[in-house]
Design a protein around this ligand. Structure first.
Ligand SMILES: [Zn+2]
Length: 491
């Protein structure tokens, strides 16, 4: 059977804020598109194959002779963060032209008529990845007047904000695709993604992933609204991350309550409402609301019915976010690149982001599959004190090991994705041959692999060991909730 059926089953039992979801949103949450299962397969092409001929969508970008801003400079700002290059006019983005060639019935060629052609604001994005030779980009579609413009892309709902992620440290090329999609089956929302191939200023630049950025959207993204001043019904989005000059507004906790939270998240910034909509009053309302949640979670009565965390968070969302990131050893989750949001009238939920480093692909150190990594990170430091929460995690884990986290599903997912990508992998690995065969992105040196096959084997082996170990160890998570460990809270 196709696993799409599981998706419908899983989505059907999801708890959603009663009555607040539009029909479009309900649908988006029941039919995740996995490109490798539904898109046209590579069945050859009548063109004879001279030049770039791909069954994947082509993204053709012209920067009109401008350098792309957002590159590293080796100088640092007052937060200790790298200062990035700017455009000649001092802006952080340039105006570029983008075409997407995505034929329905035939392969795609650069000379084909594009399905989408638009101006956009364009820059390099990322943290550590800005040092990599293959860059990732932030894209905002704009019209002739420079105003943002919503356009559907490769079957994903219309929006103006997108991310073009170029896998390179992840030599398997599929970590983000795989885990955004699996997360999208389990959780209310995870960014939709499509593989494509990029031609930048006439040069072939390999395999990329077009991804939705996490933000508000009428169709298919988060149901947030800047129109309401009351934080209880207003929808907003925060990001825990390293502080940057780019952040719109810094949320500071006015109770200085979550001392613990500050140890693990350097900075909490409002990502939505954005700069143009966010008033002082809204920022203050959000700050108070988020502080009240932190106060509830990090207080002695964190699990009381009257004041406890369940009044604030969608527990299923926190359980799934934990399991996906724990299972993949995605260490940054909860501290960096961590998105927490409240849809209109709803409770706090989490959204996954960035699996390039997952499954033992951190540059700095190895991540062993035989240990729990996240029970003391961020909010989970408190949540794991609660036996009820731990038991929900354990129940959900055992359930998911029969579906989306089963050994069979994961191995098949990897094999089928690679089979779908087919010749695009070869083209990418020829374009980035030096990086694949010689680059030691990981330390110590022994962790690096130098063939595509070895990269896939590493991913499979790590996930296999991870699942086996967690099966035998998931019961032991109860130790975090044991009174002997938490007597100061429970007795
Ligand atoms: Zn062709």
């Amino acid at each position: 059977m196709r696993y799409g059926v599981w998706g419908i089953m899983a989505a059907a039992v999801l708890t959603v804020a009663g009555g607040l979801l539009s029909r479009a949103e309900t649908e988006r949450r029941t039919c995740r598109i996995h490109q490798h299962l539904t898109a046209r397969q590579d069945t050859g092409c009548g063109c004879g194959g001279a030049g770039l001929c791909s069954h994947l969508p082509l993204v053709v970008i012209d920067t009109r002779g401008q350098e792309i801003p957002g590159a590293i400079t080796e100088t640092w700002d007052r937060f200790g963060q790298m200062i990035y290059t700017k455009a000649k006019d001092g802006e952080t983005t340039i105006s570029a032209h983008m075409e997407v060639i995505d034929n329905q019935d035939t392969n795609n060629h650069v000379s084909d008529k594009p399905q989408l052609a638009t101006d956009c604001r364009f820059r390099i994005r990322g943290n550590a990845s800005r040092r990599f030779p293959k860059s990732s980009y932030a894209v905002t579609f704009v019209d002739d007047k420079g105003s943002s413009r919503n356009i559907p892309v490769m079957g994903m709902d219309a929006h103006h904000e997108w991310v073009l992620n170029g896998p390179i440290l992840d030599k398997s090329l599929i970590r983000n695709y795989m885990w955004y999609n699996i997360a999208g089956e389990l959780m209310d929302y995870a960014p939709n993604v499509r593989f494509c191939e990029v031609v930048l200023n006439g040069r072939y630049d390999g395999l990329y992933l077009m991804a939705e950025s996490i933000t508000a959207g009428k169709d298919g993204r988060l149901n947030l609204s800047a129109n309401v001043k009351n934080a209880e019904i207003m929808g907003y989005l925060l990001r825990h991350d390293r502080p940057t000059e780019e952040d719109l507004e810094i949320v500071r906790d006015i109770y200085t309550y979550p001392e613990r939270a500050f140890q693990i998240a350097e900075d909490v910034a409002i990502r939505y409402p954005g700069k143009s909509k966010l008033t002082e009053e809204m920022a203050r309302t959000i700050e108070l609301d988020y502080s009240a949640f932190q106060k509830a979670l990090f207080s002695y009565d964190y699990n009381s019915k009257e004041y406890g965390y369940e009044n604030w968070i969608d527990v299923d969302s926190f359980v799934d976010y934990y399991l996906i990131n724990e299972f993949t050893g995605n260490l940054d989750a909860g501290s960096y690149s961590t998105y927490i949001y409240k849809e209109m009238g709803g409770k706090f939920k989490l959204c996954v982001w960035d699996f390039n480093n997952a499954c033992d692909n951190y540059q700095e150190k190895a991540v062993e599959p035989e240990e729990f990594l996240m029970p003391e990170v961020s909010w989970y430091f408190m949540l794991f004190k609660d036996e009820d929460f731990v038991k929900r995690v354990q129940r959900r884990y055992r359930e998911l090991r029969k579906t989306y986290l089963s050994q069979e599903y994961l191995m098949e997912y990897i094999d089928e994705t690679i089979a779908y990508l087919g010749p695009a992998i070869k083209r990418n690995n020829e374009r980035w041959a030096l990086e694949l065969t010689e680059w030691d992105g990981l330390v110590p040196k022994e962790r690096n692999v130098y063939t595509y096959q070895a990269a896939v084997e590493q991913l499979k082996e790590w996930l296999t060991r991870r699942g086996n170990w967690m099966d035998g160890s998931i019961h032991s998570l109860l130790k975090y909730a044991h009174p002997s460990r938490n007597r100061i809270y429970n007795h």
